[in-house]
Design a protein around this ligand. Sequence first.
Ligand code: ADP
Length: 799
Amino acid sequence: MTMLNPADRPNLYPVLPLRDVVVFPSMIFPLLIGRPGTLAAVERAMLGDRKLLLLAQRDSNQEDPTVQDLYQVGVIASVLQTLKLPNGLIKVLVEGLERATALSFTQDSNNSFDAEAATLIITGADSLETRAHMKVGARRFREYVSLNRQLPDEVLITLSNLTEPERTADFMMAHLPLPLPKKQEALEQDSLLEQFKLINGTLEQEIEILKIERTVEGQVREKISRSQRTYYLQEQLRVIKKELGEDGDEDFTDVIAYKKRIKKAKMPKAVKDRAEEEVDKLKGMAMMSPEASVIKNYLDWLCAMPWATITKDNLDLDAAERVLEEDHFGLRKPKERILEHLAVLARVDKIKGPILCLVGPPGVGKTSLARSIARAMNRNFVRLSLGGVRDEAEIRGHRRTYIGSMPGRIIQSMKRAGSMNPVFLLDEVDKMASDFRGDPAAALLEVLDPEQNGTFSDHYLEVDFDLSQILFITTANMRHEIPLPLQDRMEVIEIHGYLRYEKLEIAKHFLIPKQLKEHGIKPGELQLTDDTIYAMIDVYTRESGVRELERTIARICRKVARETVNARGRETVILPDMLEKYIGIPPFKESMIEQGERVGTAIGLAWTSLGGDILNIQASMMKGKGTLLLTGRLGDVMKESAQAAISFLRAHGRPWGVPDEFLKGHDVHIHIPEGGTPKDGPSAGITLATALLSALTGRAVPADIAMTGEITLRGHVLPIGGLAEKIMAARRAGIKKVFVPETNRVDWFDLDEDLRSDIAVVFVDHVEQVWVEVFPPSQSPPSKRDSARAARSTAQRPL
Ligand code: ADP
């Protein structure tokens, strides 16, 4: 129950309604005033003793409060200061003096009140209990201020200066965050003890809330700062790595990608372990560092090898035969031998026998035959040319310590092959060279050796690689140029080259259809007559194989394709005399035999890696000092053959009309035209001797006769190589008769019948047997013209 102060006579005060705030005694408080009623109240106060009665509004939204809208109990306050603001409002600084209650109101004209108010008596200031509560309150209040960052520390200084319980209570109350009705309740409370109880209860609650807030805040802050720290560090790391040219994310994906690829590659256990070891090394590395790229390159190789890919063989011999026939004309022997090989393969898993070696001039179909074998067996095909390989490391690779090192060519080819059991063509095994860098043939031997090639070790790859399931096929142009240890492991299948009519068939059935297709020309659109093809064979190409012929056909196809761009479907028939228009002037003459003067000329047969060819060997005598002149790029062996021929004639020429000491006062000149092509070998011996004899005796050698054979100083004829190629060349040149060493008789009958027909052969074991046929007794004495020429070039008149 509120008690009025009996000592204090009730007084009349202008009433100032307060919104949202309760002012306590002793509080100095700035109020912003704008409502007309309120302004009027302040004005009245200023005219009087500057005192106001501050009463809180029950509802702060009420613009024009009536007496009923105000609490009865408020504070008498004194106006300390007023300040007119530019916006028409007035700022009034008030100081609360005492609690008072309005006893009666009088309304002023403009909705402003005056109230008669009496101060309230506050009880319990002296009670111990109040004191005790006050102490507790003060302690709590300190704690509350220390927790509440919104209250300045000065509040505590003021508090410690307060001794009166009443002031202390009001002060604390003024700083508590209580809702307006609660504050009003406290204001109306005249028992100090109750006031402190309210304050303490509120403080306890507030402290608890603040504590919880603190912890939560702390936790949040800790969490934020920890994640911020991590983020910050990570960002820094990323920036550093970026600066170094490394991308952090990539590292991770690289390692994962390799793991996946290793799994996918299905490597043998040992290889897999090795690969995984390397991936582990990679983990801690900067990806762009040279070390990492060496490892990555290595892993790329390991993962790219076809460790687990094995194609299923088709060992149906009939089907294989069909494929071989489909792809190639003729080649009876090679095809048979290949089918035998496949037959054995059908019975055993791996052939430990010799490796097939296809030997023959270029363009005879060695490569395409190997490709056909792969097709017939349903295996992948890969080709590796060994031409010019002179370093063992090319076969076996370089050690990984070299920057930019790579596996050798065998492993590279196996990657390309894409399976562990391809048909692997080793091309041109005869063109390998060996030097100080090691012998590639030795490495190749290991590759081909069925006892060793199951665990082939490449210097780069370092892990064993199984080559034992491969079907190796080798090729060479010249058998005798294959390194001997390799020859021992090989079964040679010779492919000699083709005769005119065979070339015609190949062109008609294989080359032309293939080229038409490649050039997008329909079969009806281009016709080449047989005569045209023969012309191409005879005067546009001169070769054992058909490579040049195929190129010539391709040239025609290109021209025709261009001509008929706008006239598709039109048929072009090419006759022999149109060839010049399409492919230019023929590079060769119809016959390769030199026409004209025949004395001193004899035709020999040569065998080179390009196949067979004829040699027009020319000899002449002239005044000089007895020197032998050799021109036309002759090799040493051929030069020696020439020496031997001269020696034989000096010793045994007399019965044939060769003058004694014919070298005295004369030089001998031997020339072999087409000097661009190097010529060597001993097999021109009998031809050189015959040409010399012709020059010395002035008797001509018939133009359709050719000969081949090495001679000894006694005139014996020794065997030669490459008979088939030579006979083919002779036929191409239009030769009708050939002299062949007796010792080569077996080889002759080994030749295809087609090759042997239409050409006469004479087997000889002494050079004089040639002369008997070439210079029959009926021919002597020589014709006038011949002898005139011979007289010019020889010292003495022949017999
Ligand atoms: P090589 O490897 O012996 O040098 P290629 O295999 O490259 O020869 O053959 C050259 C071209 O001639 C290829 O297009 C090939 O198909 C073709 N060819 C060679 N011989 C024959 C043949 N007997 N039948 C069909 N085409 C052949």
